[in-house]
Structure formats: structure tokens, C-alpha cells
Design a protein around this ligand. Sequence first.
Ligand SMILES: [Zn+2]
Ligand SMILES: [Zn+2]
Length: 382
Amino acid sequence: MATTDTQNSGNRRMPEQARIARFLETWLGAPLHALEFVLQWILVKPTRWFWRHLDSWSYKLEGTLLRKILSSTLFPFTLVLSVFVGLKLVENGITSLTLVGFVLLPIIYGLYCAPFERLMPYSRKWLEGGNDTAVDIIMYFSGAFWSGISGLIVSALFIIGMVEALEPYGHNLWPDHWNPVIQVALFILIKDFFRYWFHRALHEIPALWRIHAAHHSVERLYWLNGIRAHPLEILSQAIFYAIPLALVQPSAEIALVAVILQLSIGIFQHSNIDLNLGWWEYIFSIGDNHRYHHYPDKGIGDSNYGGELIIYDILFGTFHNPRDERPHDNIGIGTAPDYPMTVAGLYIAPFLPNQKDVFRVEDNSDEEDTAAPGASTLQPAE
Ligand SMILES: [Zn+2]
Ligand SMILES: [Zn+2]
């Protein structure tokens, strides 16, 4: 922190902050910008033609019986299919083939989900973004990398001692003899209880909201951007989960099937597919539940925290999904409309005193100071 003049107002310090942030984003982030650019040209732009080609089919599908059937059955069908495929993958224990299948899964889910987004979109506005797909592809690998690192950190910290101490009790506690499908459901039920409180804390504690804002920076919802998370969120979540998961430790096979199921629910949480989910929206954190969660107005967005399940929101009073309403498609961070949208910017943003101003492109310095009504802001509560 600059020592010079403690009486400096926030305004006076801003240009300096802006310069440092811009410098870091531009130069330290240069390799990432290059990668975003390459991905955009190699992967995103060439496939755009194909996706746009499906649009004419989506108009033909509108109002048909086929679309009605698909919108009611796609989610439950995928759920059953995921459990079936997951159990098949671990049938003979965890082999290298299981792991290859597991690594390929997000790609398979993408190939499965992306055409449905185009054929029966919830919002046509959400069908195309700017550079967000390139950013999300990098964030996917970044997430995998930081998950690996978090495993090492959890091992290195004192937690490893506790995990070992709890392990004998954990194995006794876990009902290994139950039907595998029930074990998977139980694992998700326990894990999501912790996810609920962790996610709620990410929204309600200003310092944590800064970190989680990276996830809420998305301006549209589509199958891939559920994985967008700041490394600090990934690391702290892993540490937060370590003790409870050590206590109830199921077999690696059950955990793997549960992760596959979580991935498929996660994709439907963010997907831009217009589904008729009915009572599934009272069990799972999908569809409209998560669209409200991404509202720019935190008065509404601070709701529906469940990772896979919505039951804890119903139980603890944070469920928001009025039956007679259809969520609008203007999403993002109401308090920081100019939030950085590059990988480097997303990495840096939580450490800046005022993200809204620092990354603004035009220099209308003092003018606007608009926070959404009822919003807790990204700015420091100095
Ligand atoms: Zn959130
Ligand atoms: Zn989300």
C-alpha cells in the first residue's frame, strides 16, 4: 500500500489503482489474452456457422408436440442416463478407462447440450456471447488445475491429520451395503448441505462476494459457464469440504458417480434450454431457480444457493421462484456492470478496491455511481 498520504480520498487514489490494474491485466495477462484470441478463432468462430444453421430448425420446432415432449423429458432422462453411465464406468472399479471417460465427460455433455440450446433456447439473446466461450474454456482448465492444487493443499494442511484421525469413524459411518443409487443420493444430500452454506456465505459476506463475483460476471447462461469460478473459491471450498467429506467418506466409486451426476445437474443449472421442469425445480437447483440466482439485483439474486439440490433453500427460507413469473434474461453483477471479462481480469478483480471503476473503459471518472437497489456492493466497506 502506498505510504505517502493517508488523507488521500478514494477518488484521488483511483487513477493509480486503474493504472496498476490495467498494467497487470494487459501485460501479465498477455499470454492468456493470446490464448483467448486463438481459441476464439480456432474453436468458437468456425463452429458458429453450424450453430446458426440450427436456428431455422428451432423456429420449426416451436409449439410442436415433439418440443413439448423433449422439454418435459430431457432433464429426467439425462439424470437417469448419468447414473447408469456412471455406475457402468465404475462397475469393475476405477480403471484408467474410467478416468478417460471421466475426463471426456464435459465434452460429451457439451456435444449433448449445445444443440438443444440452439433448438429450444430459453433466451435467443443468450445464444451467442463475445469472447466468453474462449474465456470459459480456459476457466475450465484453470478450475481443473486449481482443484488439483487444492487437493495438495488440503493434504499439506493440518486437515490431513484430522482426515486420518476421522477415517476409521468415517468408514464405519458410511452405509457401504446400501444400494449404490441411494449411496450416490446420500452423498449429494450431505455435500450439498455444505455447498448451500458455503455458497450463502459467498453472497452474504462482502469479502467473499468479491471472490464469487467472478462466477456472477457472466452476462448470459449457457451449458459451459457453470464452471467459471475464481481459484480462491475453488481452494477455499475444497478446504471447507475436507472435514465433512472425510467424516462420511464413501467409496471412490460412489464419489465418482456422484461427481458425474453433479456435472449433469450443473449443466442443466446453467443451460439455455427452455425446459418444462415442473416439480423437478422443487428438488434440484436448475432452470428458473438459477436464472433468478444470476439476477443483477442482489435483492433477488441472493437466493437459490443450492449446488445440486434446492431443498435446503426451501428449508432455510432462501428459495425464490414465483410460479406465475418467467425470469428475464438481463443477468450479471448489478453493482459492477463493467466487470472484467478476460481470464486475467477475472483473476485480478477480487483484489481491487473498486472493480466497477478500475476496469471502466471510458473515463467519465466522477459521474456515475449507481448501485442496484438493495445491493451489497463490490466496493470496500471502508
Ligand atoms: Zn452465486
Ligand atoms: Zn451460476
